[in-house]
Design a binder for this molecule. Structure first.
Ligand SMILES: [Zn+2]
Length: 116
């Protein structure tokens, strides 16, 4: 997986989210955990936020222990990147959200991997 654009795994707390993600950011994120503190992050959930990534992540506090994120310059780039990660994870690991990412409602763009 090309995950070089993702941050390292960060504990999912309000303070740490505020430290790294400005308000009103566009981006994608993975939620998961690192067993035994061995540094290997296990992703369980993938999603995207087109308006306020900081606030969206806070809604998941308590349900997952860690997150990784990637800020994106545009909503369309965020969708394309989310699709690539989604297809990689669907083929290679277990993630909770099995439904394909939805394109942003106002943009007529399709998944670069499968054309959906
Ligand atoms: Zn696709």
């Amino acid at each position: 997986m090309n995950s070089n654009n993702f941050s390292k795994a960060i504990d999912l707390t309000e303070d740490l989210i505020d430290n790294v993600i400005p308000e009103n950011s566009v981006g994608i994120f993975l939620l998961g955990y690192s067993p035994c503190n061995n540094g290997k992050f296990n992703p369980l959930y993938l999603s995207r936020c087109d308006c306020d990534l900081n606030n969206t992540l806070k809604n998941h506090i308590g349900y997952f222990s860690q997150f990784k994120f990637c800020l994106c310059d545009s909503i369309s780039y965020a969708f394309f990147y989310e699709c690539k990660i989604f297809h990689y994870l669907s083929d290679n690991t277990f993630i909770i959200n099995e439904t394909h990412p939805q394109p942003p409602p106002d943009l007529f763009i399709k998944c670069p991997v499968c054309g959906k």
